[in-house]
Design a protein around this ligand. Structure first.
Ligand code: FE
Ligand code: FE
Ligand code: MG
Length: 171
């Protein structure tokens, strides 16, 4: 923990323990989002799977990067990232949508839902901070930008693949 780093956040009027709790909830969301994309990329089937898998894999890595950024900030503020995967489901806001139907278009719909939830979560954190903790706000804004891009990517994929129709597996 950086004592001075935490002090300036407290002095700005932020309840740091509550902030750590909120960051930890988002941290749980990120691990679940990571796994949902990661395992989705493994099991995806159907005519759109071939085209969708690289996008799922890319997003999985980006969700893991979000977890990494949140863990680093939680520790800087004097907190501890959630230590047990058992807690992920309990603490998560966006939860986990089990890819029990591996059809790529079905996975796509579930992931779009997850991204929309993530956008709300990060937007709420920024509203709560109201510029009082620029370091956390910067991290959250970067993550929010990624989530907005994720939703946009997936929606564009859905539109373009539907227009093109199922593609033949190539290369
Ligand atoms: Fe994320
Ligand atoms: Fe995302
Ligand atoms: Mg993308």
């Amino acid at each position: 923990m950086g004592l001075k780093g935490r002090e300036i956040v407290e002095r700005a009027g932020v309840d740091v323990d509550t902030l750590i709790q909120v960051l930890n909830q988002a941290y749980c969301d990120e691990w679940l989002a990571y796994y949902q994309y990661w395992v989705g990329a493994k099991v995806a089937t159907g005519p759109y799977a071939h085209a969708l898998i690289p996008e799922l894999e890319e997003h999985a890595q980006e969700e893991l990067d979000h977890a990494n950024k949140l863990a680093k900030r939680i520790i800087e503020l004097g907190g501890t990232p959630i230590l047990s995967p058992e807690e992920w489901m309990k603490e998560s806001t966006c939860g986990y949508l089990t890819p029990s139907n591996p059809d790529a278009m079905e996975l796509l719909g579930q992931n779009i839902q997850g991204e929309r939830c993530a956008i709300e979560v990060y937007n709420r954190i920024l509203e709560r901070l109201r510029g009082r903790d620029p370091v956390t706000a910067h991290i959250i804004r970067e993550i929010l930008e990624d989530e907005i891009e994720h939703e946009d990517d997936l929606e564009n994929f859905k539109l373009s693949e539907k227009q093109k129709g199922p593609s033949k597996k190539s290369m």
